[in-house]
Design a protein around this ligand. Structure first.
Ligand code: SF4
Length: 352
């Protein structure tokens, strides 16, 4: 579905040359695709018709069109399911808020990390997405936003990207980073680096690479437990990269970019939500390096434990706040269309 989005501006310039056109024609096509969100070759009115016809022949299925789009949360959330090469699946969720618009995108079809509470993990890894397939999800989201009916004072521009859809982004580093650079390119969508969040369960070599990159993206770490014996049961990668090492890497990222790291913590009844565990977490995270997001666990077909109730989450948060650790409770979006955290892939897994 995405070959045209695989190419950056330089690749489009040389491709224009292959077609016997000057390089600036390549720039024009790149901007139509990545900045002006064109949904057809015909829209590219400053590109000569013979070149548009050639492109249409070359890329018959070019414009990031999902197989299915669902709407939830009273019209403020949309979820798209993309079929890649007719087989692998990727999902994207677009969420509008009064102060921002966020696209939650996938970096892999399925995921090989095997976190048992996560619907994507229950699918296993189908394959890595290409950079173009990742960028195409952002283009779809920006375009889809134009079709949403929202309150008049809500923003109409895509402002945030979170790699919290299907997959572990740092297990597909090179393609993810190439997509990040394209999202940041001012000739394309032009998002600021800090509005792009890469979420990981703690792939330390990937965190170290992010710390060395020149673009200061935001890092989110899915911690989910304050002690290795519990985290081992929720995040199998913890056997390889235990909590102390992962937090040390996150602190090095913080030192390199000056960006506070988000800690994602899915609240699971009777597993990781006691006040003792809140105290342990507060000790681990003391200082000003982190901000904790507490998220009630979302139900998935393959995991039986319940979500912590509202009062329990508030009490847990209050312990963190009393210790001076920044913490907020995150409202779930998209649960009615299986688009909330940890739910992507639920239907696909059941169907497939
Ligand atoms: S929580 Fe993230 S890393 Fe774990 S299985 Fe799900 S998608 Fe993969």
């Amino acid at each position: 579905m995405t070959q045209p989005y695989e190419m950056d501006a330089a690749a489009w310039q040389s491709f224009a040359g292959e077609l016997g056109e000057p390089a600036y024609r390549g720039d024009q096509v790149f901007r139509w695709l990545n900045r002006d969100l064109a949904a057809s070759w015909d829209e590219m009115t400053n590109v000569p018709r013979p070149m548009r016809e050639l492109l249409a022949e070359r890329f018959p299925d070019a414009f990031a069109t999902p197989a299915i789009v669902q709407t939830g949360d009273g019209g403020t959330t949309r979820k798209a399911l993309f079929r890649l090469n007719g087989e692998a699946l990727a999902e994207t969720v677009l969420m509008a808020y009064p102060d921002r618009v966020t696209a939650c995108i996938s970096s892999q079809a399925g995921c090989g990390m095997g976190c048992p509470f996560c619907a994507t993990g229950q699918m296993g890894l189908l394959r890595n997405l290409t950079a173009g397939e990742i960028v195409a999800q952002v283009i779809w989201a920006a375009r889809e936003l134009q079709t949403m009916t929202l309150p008049g004072d809500w923003p109409r521009r895509l402002s945030n990207i979170v790699f919290m859809g299907m997959g572990e982004p740092l297990a597909n580093y090179d393609r993810v980073w190439s997509a990040v650079q394209r999202m940041h390119d001012p000739a394309g969508i032009g998002l600021s680096a800090r509005s792009i969040t890469i979420s990981t369960i703690g792939v330390i070599p990937g965190i170290e690479r992010l710390a060395r990159e020149s673009l200061p993206v935001t890092l989110a770490l899915s911690l989910h437990a304050p002690a290795d014996e519990v985290r081992d049961t929720l995040v199998p990668l913890n056997h390889r990269y235990p909590i102390a090492d992962v937090l040390a890497a996150a602190r090095r990222f913080r030192a390199a970019h000056g960006r506070r790291v988000s800690i994602e913590y899915a609240m699971i009844g009777g597993v990781n939500d006691s006040l003792d565990q809140a105290n342990q977490l507060a000790v681990l995270l003391k200082g000003n390096d982190f901000h904790v997001n507490l998220i009630p666990l979302n139900p998935t077909p393959g995991f039986g434990a319940p979500a912590t109730g509202g009062r329990g989450i508030e009490a847990f948060r209050d312990v963190l706040l009393r210790h001076g650790v920044n913490a907020t409770i995150r409202r779930n979006r998209g649960t009615d269309i299986d688009a909330a955290c940890g739910q992507l892939g639920a239907r696909a897994a059941v169907a497939g």
